[in-house]
Design a protein around this ligand. Sequence first.
Ligand SMILES: C[S@@+](CC[C@H](N)C(=O)[O-])C[C@H]1O[C@@H](n2cnc3c(N)ncnc32)[C@H](O)[C@@H]1O
Ligand code: SF4
Length: 395
Amino acid sequence: MELGVYLHLPLCARRCGYCDFATVVGEDFPFERYAEKLVLEATHRADAYRRWPLSSIYFGGGSPSLWQPGLLGRLVRQLSSLFECGETVEVTAELNPQDASDGLLDGYLAAGINRLSIGVQSLDDEVLRRLTREHDAATSHAAYLAARRAGFDNISCDMIFGIAGQTVEHHLDQTRRLLDWQPDHLSLYQLTLAKNSALWRQGERPVDDDASAAMLEAGRDVLQAAGFAQYEVSNYARGGRVAVHNSCVWRGYPYLGLGASAHSLSVVRDRHVRVRNPPFSRYLSGPIEDAADPNLVAVDGALVEQLDAAHSEKELLLLGLRTRRGVDRAFYRQRFGVDPAERYRAALASFVRAGMLEVDARAIRPTARGIWLADELTVRLFGYGKGTCDDGQAG
Ligand SMILES: C[S@@+](CC[C@H](N)C(=O)[O-])C[C@H]1O[C@@H](n2cnc3c(N)ncnc32)[C@H](O)[C@@H]1O
Ligand code: SF4
């Protein structure tokens, strides 16, 4: 196994109308204090994660591109000294297109950041306005070109599809235009609107499930024809440039999430635990050990929700079935003491007959059709496993 470290940098110039991420808006963000807290937290919790080599660092947000690159470089160096680094460490930063000055990009490279994830979202200025983005399509393209010029050779672009009124043709046109840039990686996200988002409250709605499914499949075909492999429901890579960080999370590997509202997955005294950090103001001002919720206990200096085995099992199935690698049978057996192909044998056989899943000696993996139904397949497999388990017939 390998270790990924995620750093949550919760600051945005303003909140986009669709966004439900944990972020804060304001002029007087305490960069230094927050960075110090991140280092304190990392140092405090490092012991529980040191047994795995560090393979990725991910600066997510929020808008990491509002941070001085020098400060991010300091964090990269401090993390690299706390953990044993693998042969290569993928260091990703999310980049808002309007922030991509040459100074920032050069600073990122000097900081050790070797992968960018650019929030392009759409190449249609009208859609960008409806999404209340701060940039237009030309700004995103200029950011992408500047990043290439600066020397980034691993660039991912995020796109959101499925805003009301969007057609499959429009989505394909957007996808083809983005492909012309020749990015290394693409994340295509279906628009979701939380009920408390500004756009939802204004009456904006995503397209319905059928329209969305049609866009997903048509988009996948165009990307595959252009040499991009779909390796997760929303993620495509060419030339093997899969996201190391996310891939490790989807495989069920441990990860250390630092910062406000970040979460981690760890193994503490042979139990898998999910660690949830408090929101911004409490994270910044409280001691790391502060466990305000009596249902949570403090472990590694952070709040811990004990995951019961059933919950962990369902999570591993769900994450695995959303990826083309699938669920690794040996890894699953090692973690839960049972081969999933045995545990879910009858249900798996029916999904294999229906052309949704494949099972071989290494993994249970979704077919090209089955990957769209990963959530439903998980619920049905898990329900089956529970039923047979309760009946005392399996597990
Ligand atoms: C942490 S977010 C934001 C990164 C960066 N601040 C930006 O806006 O460009 C990472 C990605 O999640 C996606 N995303 C955020 N909110 C979404 C939503 N409500 N529906 C679908 N995708 C969303 C966007 O594509 C975004 O680039
Ligand atoms: S989408 Fe990105 S820039 Fe917009 S509010 Fe969310 S995190 Fe901030």
